[in-house]
Design a protein around this ligand. Structure first.
Ligand code: IMP
Ligand code: MG
Length: 186
């Protein structure tokens, strides 16, 4: 039988209340910045961004639509990105002339988002901004402008609140640091 999350958890990094407070603040800022905007589109990058999108969206009172895109990088193992990124599932809506806000769980090397942003830019949105819940600045390999950041975190593997540990534990209400002995492929 699979082990419960406690077996892999070193410590809780961001608890539920802290997460929710910060997400409410981000929503308030987005409401100010996009006030009066008639065609806001929140684009969630799957799968990690799904919890963040659903909570953030409920703090946004500017009328908006949501859509989803799945991207993955491949070549270096499950926990390290490479320059090779592909779109596994494209979005359905047309982004042309929309104000697109990309909602992502975490920026690590930046390769995934650099590719997603380039893809979207080619489709001529009216504007393109980025909102990431977590940012591991020390891991960055490509330059990315992040418009909204929930939390800057250290270079540790985290899971919960959308982020997975080998696809599991996305449902946790907090963000936790994984025990290093749980990360067997590094
Ligand atoms: P990047 O291309 O290196 O920026 O990687 C971004 C993607 O890797 C994120 O969207 C996550 O899905 C995944 N990722 C990076 N760091 C972590 C982590 O600490 N926990 C879980 N997933 C992570
Ligand atoms: Mg992700």
């Amino acid at each position: 039988m699979a082990l419960a999350y406690e077996a892999y958890l070193q410590e809780i990094l961001i608890d539920e209340a802290t997460l929710q407070n910060r997400i409410a603040q981000l929503g308030a800022q987005i409401n100010l910045d996009y006030a009066g905007c008639g065609n806001l589109l929140l684009l969630c990058v799957l799968k990690g961004g799904v919890m963040f999108l659903s909570d953030l969206s409920r703090h946004i009172n500017v009328p908006h639509v949501i859509d989803f895109m799945a991207a993955s990088s491949y070549g270096k193992g499950a926990r390290q990105s490479t320059g090779s990124v592909r779109i596994d599932m494209d979005m359905r809506l047309d982004v042309k002339d929309k104000h697109v806000l990309v909602v992502e769980d975490i920026i690590d090397s930046g390769y995934t988002l650099a590719f997603v942003l380039k893809t979207l830019r080619n489709r001529e949105p009216a504007s393109l901004k980025l909102c990431a819940l977590l940012n591991k600045q020390s891991r960055r390999e490509v330059d990315i402008d992040v418009d909204y950041i929930g939390f800057n975190i250290e270079n540790k593997y985290v899971f919960g609140y959308g982020l997975d540990l080998d696809e599991r534990f996305r449902n946790l209400r907090f963000v936790g640091v994984a025990r290093t002995d749980a990360l067997v492929d590094e």
